[in-house]
Every structure is written in structure tokens, then in C-alpha cells.
Design a protein around this ligand. Structure first.
Ligand code: FMN
Length: 190
């Protein structure tokens, strides 16, 4: 798949088929995704990839984060209760994805602002390569509100959870959200 096509065609997927994702495909995707840039080339990202029973337990812990998101959603979508309900459903089971990925950074003697961006660059690569391989993902920071519980479950110490994403073969075709205009300011051009 062409890079332009991958960037424009990737969507957040919130409903997945139960078809298992082969581990060697996930390894192939990560091999490419981790060619992201990073501040001082620290490459201080760390990804946990969960399947099977471990994934089920993670989903159950992650689902408890919805309670922290709900008040915000109630404000934002007071007139659209269906959005709140579909988000609640999605958080409960993460769209039945067979795989869930948790993205962390390790301390690397640098400002957190750089570490967050290192991981974000690798996550975006991951999402794009997964899409090129026919897989869906959904970058999620909602579950970070229960980062302590997730880290305890994974046995992680002294690392920062940046985001999680479900991963699997899509079972929906999400709408294409239009781009906002005037997001780039050009100066000094003739
Ligand atoms: C940093 C970040 C955090 C996000 N957190 C969530 C989340 O917690 N739950 C969710 O359903 N989607 C989440 N999303 C997905 C966005 O809602 C989605 O990217 C946006 O609506 C645009 O849709 P698209 O990804 O299909 O282009 C997040 C995306 C980003 C980049």
C-alpha cells in the first residue's frame, strides 16, 4: 500500500472480527513501526502485546476507565445519548479485538515531553503499518486514567503508559471525518 493511501485511509476501528491475528504478522508490523524517530535516538518506547486470557483481563481493567470519561461525554454529547452509549459499549469490550497493545515509555534521562512524542511517533507508525496489513486499530488515551491498575497487572514499574490500542481485523467501515480547514499557516512565501 502506498504511504499516502495508508495515511488517508487509516480510520479508528471500534468493532473487530474474532479472526485471530498471527503472531508473526504482529512481529512484522512492530519491526517496521519501531523505525520511528526519537529524541536523542533514545528509542525508549516499550510495547506490551496481549492476546488470549491476558487480553481479556486487560480489557476488563481498562473498561473501568469509562467512569472517568463519562462526565466529559455527558457535557459534550448532552444531545446525543447514542454516542455516549456506543462509547460505553466500546470501552467495555474494546470492540472484541483479539489483540490489545499497551504503549509505554521508559525513563531515559530526558523531559517527558520528548518521551511522549517518541512513543506517539511509534504509535502512528504502528497504526499505519497495521492498516497496510489489513488490520484495524484505535489509538486510545481514555484507559490511561487507570494506568496504575494496568501497570500493576502487566508487572510494569517505573514506566509511563501513553496509550493503548485494540488491534484486529475490522468488522466495520468507519465514517471518514472531514479535515478542519486553516490548520496550516504559511509565512514568508512569495
Ligand atoms: C491521542 C489520541 C487519543 C485518543 N483517545 C481515544 C479514546 O480514548 N477512545 C476512542 O474511542 N478514540 C480515541 N482516539 C481516536 C480518535 O477519536 C480518532 O482518531 C478521531 O475521531 C479521528 O478519527 P480517525 O482516527 O478515524 O481518523 C484517540 C486518538 C488520539 C490521537
Amino acid at each position: 500500500m502506498d504511504l499516502y493511501e495508508a495515511i488517508k485511509g487509516r480510520r479508528s476501528v471500534r468493532k473487530f472480527k474474532s479472526t485471530p491475528v498471527p503472531k508473526d504478522l504482529i512481529e512484522k508490523i512492530f519491526e517496521v513501526a519501531l523505525w520511528a524517530p526519537s529524541g536523542m535516538n533514545r528509542q525508549n518506547w516499550k510495547f506490551f502485546v496481549l492476546a488470549g486470557e491476558r487480553k481479556e483481563e486487560l480489557v476488563s481493567i481498562s473498561s473501568t476507565s469509562f467512569q472517568y470519561l463519562e462526565p466529559q461525554l455527558q457535557q459534550l454529547y448532552a444531545e446525543k445519548p447514542k454516542i455516549i452509549e456506543s462509547t460505553r459499549r466500546f470501552f467495555k469490550r474494546l470492540g472484541e479485538a483479539p489483540i490489545v497493545v499497551c504503549a509505554y515509555f521508559e525513563p531515559a534521562n530526558m523531559e517527558d515531553v520528548t518521551s511522549f512524542q517518541n512513543v506517539a511517533a511509534a504509535i502512528q507508525n504502528l497504526l499505519l503499518v497495521a492498516h497496510a496489513e489489513g488490520l484495524g486499530t484505535c489509538w486510545m488515551t481514555g484507559p490511561v486514567t487507570v494506568a496504575n491498575e494496568i501497570s500493576r497487572f502487566l508487572g510494569v514499574k517505573d514506566m509511563t503508559l501513553v496509550a493503548i490500542t485494540p488491534m484486529g481485523y475490522p468488522d466495520e467501515t468507519p465514517k471518514v471525518p472531514p479535515r478542519k480547514p486553516e490548520r496550516v499557516v504559511y509565512q514568508g512565501f512569495e
